[in-house]
Design a protein around this ligand. Sequence first.
Ligand SMILES: *[C@@H]1O[C@H](CO)[C@@H](O)[C@H](O)[C@H]1NC(C)=O
Ligand SMILES: *[C@@H]1O[C@H](CO)[C@@H](O)[C@H](O)[C@H]1NC(C)=O
Ligand SMILES: *[C@@H]1O[C@H](CO)[C@@H](O)[C@H](O)[C@H]1NC(C)=O
Length: 195
Amino acid sequence: MAQLLPLLTALVLCSYGPVGSLGCDLPHNSAPLSRSTLVLLDQMRRVSPVLCLKDRRDFQFPREVVNGSQFQKNQTVSVLHEMLQQIFNLLHTARSSAAWNNTLLEELHTALHQQLQGLETCLVQAMGEEDSVLTADSPTLMLKRYFQRIRLYLDEKKHSGCAWELVRMEIRRAFSSTADLQESLRSKDGDLASP
Ligand SMILES: *[C@@H]1O[C@H](CO)[C@@H](O)[C@H](O)[C@H]1NC(C)=O
Ligand SMILES: *[C@@H]1O[C@H](CO)[C@@H](O)[C@H](O)[C@H]1NC(C)=O
Ligand SMILES: *[C@@H]1O[C@H](CO)[C@@H](O)[C@H](O)[C@H]1NC(C)=O
């Protein structure tokens, strides 16, 4: 952890490019920090998934929310933020501390937290003042429901080792799908200037 922090900070600082007309000063190129998050999620594995086949569940990931081509850049920023926040919340509980290697979990918290902070300034500017109301099919609401399904599943399975393992894999897939979103965020620079 002690050695990792400066590295993560350095990664964060150069992780996001300024998001064009949003006027956000996001760190440059999010790829390295995303990669270290995925590596941590891989390292956390404790049970062979082969032993958990009976517990498999389709969590119905809302694929449309990571299809950047459908959304304005401000929505893309909120989707990214919601995804990171939900993963952070899910893995920041007493139950998840009991389930996972705490060293790796702490590193993951740090990585997620720094990505969240990187997005926050931008989110505030993107959302404006009155746009935080969730409409029925808003992408962030779809994500909230998706993570709610995951939490209900963990409760139902009494937070078993297998349930956590399947959730870890699910989260990893969900997180890695945001790589495309981040890409679309970069390629959409300027959209908000001419809504
Ligand atoms: C993403 O959105 C575009 C435009 O609405 C659509 O044509 C495409 O099929 C969608 N892709 C996925 C994977 O949903
Ligand atoms: C947790 O993971 C770290 C890093 O991989 C490792 O050094 C440590 O031994 C692990 N701790 C436990 C209790 O497995
Ligand atoms: C995104 O921006 C568009 C146009 O500027 C606006 O109509 C929309 O309400 C905004 N959406 C969010 C979630 O902020």
